[in-house]
Design a protein around this ligand. Sequence first.
Ligand code: V07
Length: 265
Amino acid sequence: MLNKMKLRKTSKGTESIEERIENIKKQELPKHIAIIMDGNGRWAGKRALPRIAGHHEGMKKVKPITRLANKLGIEVLTLYAFSTENWIRPKMEVDYLMKLPQEFLGAFLPELVEENVRVEMMGHREKLPEDTLKAVQKAMDDTRDNTGLTLNFALNYGGRDEIIHAVQNILEDIGTGKISNKDIAEDTFSNYLMSSKFQDPDLLIRTSGEIRLSNFMLWQLAYTEFVFTDVLWPDFSEEDLLQAIEEYQRRSRRYGGLKSEGKEK
Ligand code: V07
């Protein structure tokens, strides 16, 4: 897949893709990248195909993007696969979407295991169909000891919902005396979020030209760099990911040294 990418002309001459990856790796890399994979329905509409064809095409992009992120040494890649709001879509579309985790993992789990990728999920499990949850649970179990990239799927996830649940769990722990109200601070609050195992994203990418958060990781994105692109998710290439990371690196250089923001806590 990577060798399909074009050589790029820079001030230093023509850079091969491998050289470009090496150059990116020499600079500060985002440790955690989060992606809102938007534009699948629109991709299908432009081709007079049903929306589910767009979702399927979008699923096919997850693997090469994961592979590249792993190769770059990114620690966590969080992908927004299904939101708490997505249940109101037509039943047939929801049913189809809920089969994608099985299809994806059926095809790629052996490769993820082989590539040392660890699969995780954040979101409410109760509402997910049993088969979907079983497939995701198996992937998490089979990759639990992997030490490479963590591929974290946001599945039945909503940012406000996550905050409300954190508050409920904190109140419960206060009620049972496990913690006291004096213990509630930014870091302890973060421990009650579904992303507690991971550091906050350094870079958020949203495809398809929409410039909104759509209830995604509201707490965790407080200091994150945002990159919005018009490219629809099924068209999102390794080249596009490299471009987003290069943009992140340009921005980090610009405020280099002056990192007084929260992410340096
Ligand atoms: C989904 C494909 C990507 C574009 C966005 C919407 C459709 C991969 C998964 C997945 C989820 C969990 C898991 C393994 C794979 C997925 C849904 C939708 C619901 F453990 N893609 N993808 N899940 N789309």
